[in-house]
Design a protein around this ligand. Structure first.
Ligand code: NCD
Length: 392
């Protein structure tokens, strides 16, 4: 079998998606565009059920007995803390055994084995391969390799993209969406009047993801989490997307992504500062959700001294003063890691009720458990057990 997928990777995304699905289910998870609103809803409901069940011993034991006959390979050749660990924790929740290769230097790739042969080997021993790679379309190509194997009646397993170069991060988009969906219910533990209180100053505040204004700040150009999440948000009615980044070709919103979002009818606006105004009101005061990101210096071209020498980055750091001007209902997200030296979100903001980024990271575990349950067709069993469990 040859490993030449160029004629397939070059196709429009619409032609690729059917090859990655299995009926109305996801099979390989490669692109954010594979999610539909009903699939997002289904995964979110499953995640809510898993998180509720995992609280009790009985629920935990049930979840743990679901998929003990499945094994997962975590093949992460790029640094990762949250994606790797939350997938590993998600596997543990569902009783899936997992193993890892994080350093290709300790695998046969040092003996000249190609990463494709490595993935095919993983598929011999495991039932799903979850991977992170610096190569933008490696996970996509592995999915085609698996499909070719399946057509030849050979063993084939789902491929899950845990971050592909600067291109996509579809499971991060899922957990970001799940966090936004939960946060926009405006339920605060211990305060049944929270929504009513918010409506005292924001009388038009509606629950739900639709008709919200989202701000994205920082390294927009190289942020794969942003690229994937905006595709989900633009599926919702009335979404407005505001991008706050230096006007630099590496950092600003790429034209192709802008065109792609605008084609869905979603409003896109680009700014250089939170102080820029729309209808006389600064951007920071208009946001329902702010998604901060770090400047991804590791992608800088080492042959160029400092591509950003002329940029004043102070405008791309959140401060307590800025937060104090945000809506009370606003939510602040960050895919993490945050850069302690750059300081895009100082730790002094962590106590603010609008800071959702630690909950967001924990939600990654529930959302990824829901995704694995979906891939292995266990979400129906979870729904049945949940109904019985909560009816008792
Ligand atoms: C992000 C990533 O790897 O793309 N982290 C993550 O998965 N939560 C963002 C980043 O590295 O800045």
């Amino acid at each position: 079998m040859s490993y030449d997928y160029a004629n397939r990777t070059d196709r429009p995304i619409k032609l690729k998606i059917p090859e990655l699905q299995s009926g109305n289910r996801l099979h390989h998870v490669i692109f954010a565009a594979q999610y539909t609103v009903p699939i997002l809803e289904r995964l979110s409901v499953t995640a809510d059920r898993i998180r509720a069940l995992a609280k009790s011993k009985e629920g935990h034991q049930f979840l743990n007995s679901l998929l003990p006959h499945r094994r997962a390979m975590l093949y992460f050749t790029q640094p990762s803390t949250r994606t790797f660990l939350s997938f590993s924790a998600a596997c543990q929740i569902l009783g899936i055994a997992c193993n890892e290769v994080r350093d290709p230097n300790v695998s046969s790739e040092t003996k000249g084995e190609s990463p494709f042969d490595s993935v095919r080997m993983f598929s011999s021993y495991f039932d799903v391969v979850i991977m992170r790679s610096k190569m933008a379309n490696f996970a996509e190509c592995c999915a085609y390799m698996m499909n070719d194997l399946s057509s030849a009646s050979r063993r084939s397993v789902p491929i899950v993209n845990g971050g592909s170069g600067t291109d996509e991060h579809p499971t991060q988009a899922l957990l970001d969406f799940y966090t936004i969906r939960r946060a926009t219910r405006y339920i605060r533990p211990g305060n049944p009047n929270w929504l009513a209180e918010l409506r005292e100053t924001e009388p038009d505040l509606a629950t739900g993801v639709a008709n919200k204004t989202f701000g994205f700040c920082g390294d927009i150009g190289r942020g794969r989490t942003i690229r994937s999440l905006v595709q989900l948000l633009s599926m919702f009615e009335g979404t407005q997307l505001y991008f706050v980044a230096p006007d630099h070709e590496i950092l600003r919103l790429p034209d192709a992504l802008k065109a792609r979002i605008e084609a869905t009818g979603t409003t896109v606006r680009c700014f250089e500062s939170f102080e820029d105004t729309i209808d006389g009101k600064p951007v920071i005061e208009q946001l329902d959700c702010l998604y901060m990101t770090r400047i991804q210096k590791e992608h800088n071209d080492p042959s160029v001294a400092d591509p950003f020498a002329d940029i004043d980055f102070e405008s791309y750091k959140l401060t307590r003063k800025l937060v104090s001007r945000m809506k009370q209902s606003a939510i602040i997200l960050h895919p993490f890691p945050r850069d302690q030296y750059f300081g895009e979100i100082p730790t002094s903001i962590d106590r603010d009720h609008r800071a959702f980024y630690f909950r967001q990271a924990r939600n990654g575990m529930w959302a990824r458990a829901a995704l694995l349950a979906h891939l292995f067709d266990a979400d129906g069993t979870i729904a049945e057990f949940y109904e019985q469990f909560t009816a008792e």
